[in-house]
Design a protein around this ligand. Structure first.
Ligand SMILES: [Zn+2]
Ligand SMILES: [Zn+2]
Length: 252
């Protein structure tokens, strides 16, 4: 796990972390797991509630995962109903109890030692896929500045920096701005969410684009309302194409 920290410093840092923190899995709190494993043991990763990479069949557009035996490309009924402004959305993994726990503690409890784990999942899946196409910029989904101040970091921006380091595609966090405070999305219906976020994003200072192909980045894709609203703004400002990458895809 050497994405941001220079290789030569990593053993020193790992030793430091292991000195200050016991090498104990922070999920099961039973097995051994050190800093180089982001304090998550192998059996938690491979368990039923652990890491599940997103594999077909899934909707070709929004990557909503399906069960069963579908071998041809298809779009889910939801994608056929709404106007989507991104070409496709992809995620590294499907949400699981482990992933939700890790993301929650990383975002809200500042469990920063989980960050390399999440970044590695994203890079493992996104970097090879993105290398096959030509993309110009990575744009993290912005937080409202009030939320960012409270939390002190934007999780999408941190993931964007890791992905940028692995792909050499640059990050621009100054294109989009979240114009109004939106309530916590989790308690709203799908329609309410879409309405809530529809007008929330704008180009910062009315910036214009010039045909750039943009990777929009976030931590979790749920309904896609947020990313679709961002993609719409970027397309209207002149982006030729937008795709979406997240670490995790919710099942609904
Ligand atoms: Zn464990
Ligand atoms: Zn879909």
């Amino acid at each position: 796990m050497t994405f941001v920290i220079p290789k030569r410093l990593r053993p020193w840092l790992d030793q430091g972390l292991n000195f200050f923190y016991p090498a104990l899995c922070q999920i099961c709190r039973k097995n051994r797991a050190g800093a180089d494993e982001s304090f998550i043991c192998a059996s938690c990763v491979s368990g039923k509630d652990g890491v599940h990479f997103l594999v077909p069949p899934y909707c070709d557009r929004c990557c909503f995962p399906f069960e069963g035996d579908i071998s041809n490309k298809f779009e889910c009924s939801n994608c056929r109903e709404v106007e989507l402004h991104f070409r496709y959305a992809r995620s590294a993994v499907v949400t699981s109890p482990l992933l939700l726990d890790v993301i929650h503690r990383w975002k809200y409890n500042r469990a920063l030692w989980f960050e390399p784990f999440l970044a590695e999942l994203l890079i493992r899946e996104a970097a090879p896929a993105l290398r096959e196409e030509k993309w110009d910029l990575i744009v993290p989904v912005p937080l409202h500045s009030k939320k960012e101040r409270e939390r002190e970091f934007n999780q999408a921006e941190r993931l964007a920096r890791h992905l940028s380091h692995a792909t050499t595609i640059s990050v621009n966090k100054d294109l989009l701005t979240r114009a109004e405070f939106t309530l916590t999305q989790t308690q709203l219906t799908r329609e309410q969410r879409a309405e809530n976020v529809r007008r929330a994003f704008t180009m910062k200072g009315g910036k214009k684009l010039n045909g750039e192909k943009i990777i929009l980045l976030d931590d979790v894709l749920t309904t896609g309302a947020t990313t679709n609203a961002c993609a719409k703004v970027l397309r209207e400002a002149g982006a030729s194409e937008v795709c979406v990458w997240t670490v995790a895809r919710a099942r609904g």
